[in-house]
Design a protein around this ligand. Structure first.
Ligand code: NAD
Length: 310
């Protein structure tokens, strides 16, 4: 079966996606640098619109998307797509939940090691002709308490990796936690406040929803250990960045590593002025393996929807 639907790819995605869609007869327009204004101008011509995280698909765009049947996100979070507007127009919204699991969990490990041993600061020192050996007395991850908030795909993957480092895993989720996973990692289940008070490292893995916006606010930050370190690779809005800045600056928190921000790109961010902070440019899923997997999953889902299989 061959299809002649038209597809607009708005962000940089793995080439395999375009290849599979073209092999199935679809007409693909690849515009990884397209601007919101340009999308509004041409979205009416396309049956399928594909994005990663750079492009936001707004209600204004969806209102103009006369022929659109599918909006696909080559990744996990759907907070860059106006889901209500898509639903109102009967447009299917799909994502690739599996792709980023290992990539994000491995980045969290990297950030935890970097916080524990101040690797970025040590590197900056040498580049600035400073030998900071005496200031580099770090800690080991072994035996420390890691609190994981949100035990979905990424949270669970992180739990298994961290268990391999002999960390103690504390977990909190709003839905019942996978029992097999809990048993495998010796999970200590806790409510959010207990988790925050008891953990040496806290890693956030929840979606951005009304209920998770500023889930970690000034009040919750104030209950955490003064030496605790928080890592956010979920979505920027989950932490109140101003409150985080104050907590770190005033010595009420040990450190933070952020891969995601309320406003991206986050260049010139005030958190960059603090030494106990590591900032990365929303690169959690930025591995060859994750991008290829997500692109394959999305291509497969699109073909199956067009065939009427799903
Ligand atoms: P998932 O849907 O598999 O898991 C999310 C979990 O969070 C679920 O178990 C859900 O029940 C739980 N949850 C929801 N609200 C909660 C709350 N208030 N308190 C506690 N738990 C709550 O998602 P995932 O694939 O594990 O992704 C997690 C997050 O990572 C998402 O925000 C996603 O957008 C983000 N992400 C970031 C990157 C990156 O590049 N940094 C890449 C992929 C995914």
């Amino acid at each position: 079966m061959s299809f002649n639907d038209s597809v607009l790819i708005c962000d940089e995605v793995d080439k395999v996606l375009e290849k599979i869609l073209k092999e199935n007869g679809l007409q693909v327009t690849y515009e990884p640098e397209i601007t919101p204004e340009q999308i509004k101008e041409k979205i009416s011509q396309f049956n399928i619109v594909i994005v990663r995280s750079r492009t936001k698909i707004t209600k204004e765009m969806i209102d103009k998307a006369e022929k659109c049947k599918i909006i696909a996100r080559v990744g996990v979070g759907l907070d860059n797509i106006d889901l209500d507007a898509a639903k109102a127009k009967n447009i299917r919204v799909i994502n690739a939940v599996e792709g980023a699991m290992t990539a994000v969990a491995e980045l969290v490990l990297g950030l935890m090691f970097s916080l524990a041993r101040q690797i970025p600061r040590a590197d900056r020192g040498i580049r600035n002709d400073q030998w900071l050996k005496k200031q580099m007395l770090g800690t080991e991850l072994k035996g420390k308490y890691l609190g994981i908030v949100g035990l979905g795909n990424i949270g669970k993957r992180l739990g298994r990796l961290a268990r391999g480092l002999n960390m103690n895993i504390i977990g909190y989720d709003v839905v019942p936690i996978d029992e097999e996973f809990a048993k495998d990692v010796g999970l200590m289940k806790a409510d959010l406040d207990t988790l925050l008070q008891s953990s040496d490292y806290i890693s956030l893995h929840v979606p951005l929803l009304d209920s998770t916006y500023h889930l970690i606010d000034a009040k919750r930050l104030s209950t955490m250990k003064k030496t605790a370190k928080i890592i956010n690779t979920s979505r920027g809005g989950v932490i109140d960045e101003d409150a985080l800045y104050e907590a770190l600056k005033n010595g009420n928190l040990g450190g933070a590593a952020l891969d995601v921000f309320e406003k991206e790109p986050a260049t010139g961010h005030k958190l960059a002025s603090l030494d106990n902070v590591i900032l990365t440019p929303h690169m959690g899923a930025q591995t060859k393996e994750a991008q290829s997997l997500a692109a394959n999953v999305i291509a497969e889902k699109i073909i199956q929807i067009l065939r009427g299989v799903i």
